[in-house]
Design a protein around this ligand. Structure first.
Ligand code: ARG
Length: 466
């Protein structure tokens, strides 16, 4: 059978393999809600412009409502022969209301239709992701506030560097996720234009009102160029780029969780709810959720790369290549959403091992910088000389196999006679973190200020939303 939608110039139906490579219904059925919303907006505009009669428009809208409930009720039969969601719905509409159904497609094409549907879907995803990133920021800020004064080792090169606070470490991620959030918001603003009415590529001779359909679908305005409207997918690419950056941040945090809960580190306890056991090694508790969050980064970057490469050689305007945009986004964005939910749950439940963290914070000569700073502050040495003195003291401590605060005053004075007893007051990790009061520094006072600032800000946002 030749196709009902364009069968006029075809004598034969498609080869089975053609149908298989061509059909997108197996994945684009996800767009049914957006497709029906777009069609309803379109037909009501057609009626208000006098392009179809009010009576026909009403019939079409009712038919579309029936289809929506059929799909949601699971009684709709999707057909591969009908290629995609747009034609599946239109064909069913014809079954339900007869030839009037054919008036729906006046002044539009599947090219602007799919661009509209997909934009609506991506926009919903951006909104959901934004809310989820906000939840995660909230969970992190609460944990940070609770553990603002818990000391832990701060690392560079994964080598003990200086003591920091657990709260400060978590608040670093709040900053990262807040930038991810603003990127998502930003992408939404830029993408929120309606392609509906661009028609196949050149616009239409019917007196359509694109402002009206744009407003009905919650868009800020119609796209200004019909060729661009049907053929760019930068909105999806931008969403995937933002998703990739967010996934990268999640993956770094996930990696830290994996390291932190290993027996060798023992920095945190993961709840049973977010870990698994081993079928053979009874002692094990594995951080699978964190590992999977880390792993999902791969498919999200993959989706971004896939769309960038798919688009790069396409001349204007629409090419069927673009059909390949959806599976990638349908995979990547919901997976990011799952990763965010898992991270938020894990974060709410995890607990720092305060004693282990403190012990680790004091090892590896982590207060050496404090010693050097003391020499600058109290003895008045230039920092470079103080660095040298401290280096010599660290060497003595390494040779003796002790921590810095275990060196005797005589040993200290053998390197620098001006060192006094007061030096011991800066060698404790608690004193070290408390002294880091510079803006953005790790002192518990700072951390509490930052966590409260964020918690207040998030609360304010919630109130204005309501
Ligand atoms: N299924 C198609 C897609 O996802 C819809 C648009 C098809 N347009 C066309 N002229 N073949 O891109």
């Amino acid at each position: 059978m030749s196709n009902r939608m364009w069968g006029g110039r075809f004598a034969e139906g498609p080869d089975a393999i053609m149908e298989e490579i061509n059909a997108s219904i197996d994945f684009d059925r996800k767009l049914y809600r957006q497709d029906i919303a777009g069609s309803k907006a379109h037909v009501s505009m057609l009626a208000s412009q006098g392009i179809v009669s009010a009576e026909d428009a009403e019939k079409i809208a009712q038919g579309l409502d029936t289809i929506l409930s059929e799909i949601e009720g699971g009684t709709f039969t999707f057909s591969r022969a009908l290629e995609d969601i747009h034609m599946n719905i239109e064909a069913r509409l014809a079954e339900l209301i007869g030839p009037t159904a054919g008036r729906l497609h006046t002044g539009r094409s599947r090219n602007d239709q799919v661009a509209t549907d997909f934009r609506l879907w991506v926009r919903d995803s951006l909104d959901d992701l934004e809310a989820q990133v906000t939840d995660l920021m909230q969970a992190l800020s609460e944990k940070a506030e609770e553990h603002a004064a818990v000391v832990m080792p701060g690392f560079t090169h994964l080598q003990s560097a200086q003591p920091v606070t657990f709260g400060h470490h978590l608040m670093a991620y709040v900053e990262m996720f807040s930038r991810d959030r603003s990127r998502l918001q930003d992408a939404r603003v830029r993408m929120n234009e309606s392609p509906l009415g661009c028609a196949a590529l050149a616009g239409t001779s019917f007196p359509i009102d694109r402002e009206m359909t744009a407003a009905a679908l919650g868009f800020d305005r119609p796209t200004a160029n019909s060729l661009d409207g049907v053929s760019d997918r930068d909105f999806a690419i931008e969403a995937l780029a933002d998703a990739s950056i967010c996934a990268m941040h999640l993956s770094r945090l996930a990696e830290e969780i994996v390291i932190w809960c290993s027996a060798q580190f023992g920095f945190i306890k993961l709840s049973d709810k977010f870990s698994t056991g081993s079928s053979i090694m009874p002692q094990k508790k594995n951080p699978d959720a964190a590992e999977l969050i880390r792993a999902k980064t791969g498919r999200i970057y993959g989706a971004l790369n896939s769309l960038l490469v798919m688009m790069k050689g396409l001349p204007l305007t629409y090419s069927k290549d673009m059909q390949e945009d959806k599976e990638q986004a349908f995979d990547a964005l919901p997976n990011l959403s799952l990763a965010l939910a898992a991270m938020t749950g894990m974060m709410r439940d995890l607990e720092p091992n305060v004693k282990t963290l403190k012990k680790a914070a004091g090892s590896g000569y982590s207060t050496a910088t404090d010693l050097a700073d003391w020499c600058v502050r109290v003895v008045g040495m230039p920092f470079r000389d103080a660095h040298h003195v401290t280096g010599a003291l660290v060497k003595i401590a390494v040779d003796k196999g002790v921590e810095l605060h275990r060196l005797t005053l005589e040993e200290m004075q053998s390197v620098e006679p001006k060192i006094t007893d007061d030096i011991y007051s800066v060698l404790s990790v608690d004193k070290s973190v408390r002294s880091r009061v510079s803006y953005g520094g790790t002192s518990p006072v700072n951390v509490r200020k930052q966590s409260r600032r964020w918690l207040k800000q998030l609360e304010r946002e919630q109130k204005t939303e309501k």
